[in-house]
Design a protein around this ligand. Structure first.
Ligand code: 5GP
Length: 197
């Protein structure tokens, strides 16, 4: 029996780097590739980082019941494809959903057994510096992103696990520990209970 893990973090918390580190160290879990209508960033590959869809295609997948949850984030649609999750779970792997907070709450409603992991920055100041230091964006854009992060951080209390991204290796290790502990739950080891009856 596989697990469903949802990982969320505001921009600037290093979520992608941490998850890349996690996936390098385990074969027991895979990333459920989401669909989005945003344009690919440099280096992003269709089908690997996202399924990049037109708005029309995205909407038709929603009406066909192919999307478990979706949201509009910064003007683009993002959604979890049922097929991406099923492919992982059917192969016996745990599925990792890297999604924002509204989507996470939606998944928890549909799958109460899903485990929600929130990645926090070491401090508010560090996050603000990271968001400011990203490039040559206007003050207005930076303020928008900071406000967005503040809103998302309020959801942390609804998650099952909190991981702080202070040192990358520690955060990666923490997530692997959560995966491991969840795989040892008695509900997931009924064969052992049966063997000693
Ligand atoms: P980005 O454009 O930076 O890749 O992602 C923007 C935000 O959308 C991130 O917080 C990311 O986790 C979230 N996101 C990505 N895929 C999905 C999805 O399938 N559903 C939801 N609800 N959020 C997603």
């Amino acid at each position: 029996m596989s697990n469903l893990f949802v990982v969320s973090a505001p921009a600037g918390c290093g979520k992608d780097t941490i998850l890349a580190g996690v996936l390098q160290k385990t074969d027991s879990a895979g990333y459920a590739v989401s669909a989005t209508t945003r344009t690919p960033r440099e280096g992003e590959i269709n089908g690997v980082h996202y399924h990049f869809l037109t708005v029309e295609d995205f909407k038709s997948r929603i009406s066909n019941g192919e999307v478990l949850e979706y949201t509009e984030y910064c003007g683009n649609f993002y959604g979890t494809l049922k097929s991406s999750v099923d492919a992982l779970l059917n192969s016996g792997k745990d599925a990792i959903l890297k999604i924002e907070v509204e989507g996470a709450m939606n998944i928890k409603k549909q799958f109460p057994e899903a485990k929600l992991i929130f990645i926090l920055p070491p401090s508010w100041e560090i996050l603000e510096n990271r968001l400011r230091g990203r490039g040559t964006e206007s003050e207005e854009k930076i303020r928008e992103r900071i406000a967005q992060a503040r809103t998302e951080l309020k959801f942390a209390e609804n998650y099952d696990y909190l991981v702080v991204n202070d040192k990358l290796e520690t955060a990666v290790g923490d997530i692997l520990s959560i995966f491991r502990a969840e795989s040892l739950r008695k509900e997931r080891r009924t064969e052992l209970l049966g063997a000693f009856k």
